[in-house]
Design a protein around this ligand. Structure first.
Ligand code: PAF
Length: 274
């Protein structure tokens, strides 16, 4: 696997490489990331991954400084997964001057995660567009675990007419249902044992909707109460339309249940399509 940190080196390494499929990450890779790499391999000739902890998408009180950086272990995993090229820029490579030109997503950036992480999706969209411009892939793979992020990137790609196919990768879960996430490493042993409750409650909501329950607000409130009783502090549990994350309108459209809640200091997110 080739590793490049400079934009110029990466560009010359990618010349004549056929169809490039790109998987951007922030490192601290787990089986969920590796499954995105495997999926990427099926869509092109050259798989390019990136590792970059993007300061722009972290709020001032968030975990940018303590975000786990495990570069050597990540390289070993990517090489074993058959990734061809890794782009691992430093902040000076990617942001040699303050990034003043940014992508400002529309109102979707202010709901759900965006309500609790102001500026987060601006930071994500900006770095992803910049990485797309550097790598110039024909396709890119993003995990469905970050459901709202995937939607922001799909919409940006479509509206800006970027010639890139966006592929959503299924969430990979531990045996007890907990969605794999780099932030799971922050959980204490007791918190890790409690953490699968979030996915169980999403399943309860999905099952209730499938059985005909139409009062989605009642279902959301019940889940928030159950989480509170177990010591969680919830940002949201929300049943939304898959198409645009708006609230259900009573018409029979595909729904998704999304949640973000905190166990101790660790904020976990998850979602489940109904
Ligand atoms: O999902 C992530 O890891 C990040 O948000 C991304 C897409 C790599 C942008 O920094």
């Amino acid at each position: 696997m080739q590793i490049h940190s400079s934009i110029a080196d990466l560009r010359s390494a990618l010349k004549g490489r056929g169809r490039v499929v790109f998987v951007p990450t922030m490192g601290n890779l787990h089986a969920g990331h590796i499954s995105l790499m495997t999926q990427a391999r099926a869509h092109g000739d050259t798989v390019v991954a990136s590792i970059f902890v993007n300061r722009l998408q972290f709020g001032p009180n968030e975990d940018f400084d303590k975000y786990p950086r495990t570069f050597q272990a990540d390289c070993d995993k990517l090489a074993a997964a058959g990734v061809d090229v890794l782009f691992a820029p430093t902040e000076a490579d990617l942001y040699p001057e303050p990034q003043e030109y940014v992508v400002e997503p529309p109102a979707i950036q202010n709901i759900l995660d965006g309500e609790f992480r102001p500026g987060h999706f601006r930071g994500v969209a900006t770095v992803v567009l910049k990485l797309f411009n550097i790598v110039q892939p024909q396709a890119a793979v993003f995990g469905k675990k970050d459901y709202q992020q995937l939607m922001v990137i799909r919409n940006m790609t479509r509206q800006l007419a970027l010639p890139i196919t966006i592929i959503g990768g299924e969430t990979v879960r531990a045996d007890d249902g907990l969605a794999l996430s780099s932030r799971n490493g922050y959980l204490s042993t007791a918190e890790r044992a409690e953490a699968p409750r979030l996915y169980r409650l999403l399943n309860d909501i999905r099952d209730a909707i499938r059985s005909g329950e139409s009062d989605t607000v009642k279902l959301e409130n019940k889940a928030v109460s159950e989480l509170a009783a177990a010591g969680w502090k919830t940002d949201y549990v929300a049943v939304r339309q898959q198409s645009d994350l708006s609230t259900p309108n009573g018409v029979n459209t595909p729904l998704v249940v999304l949640a973000a809640s905190r166990l101790g200091n660790t904020r976990l997110i998850d979602n489940l399509e109904v």
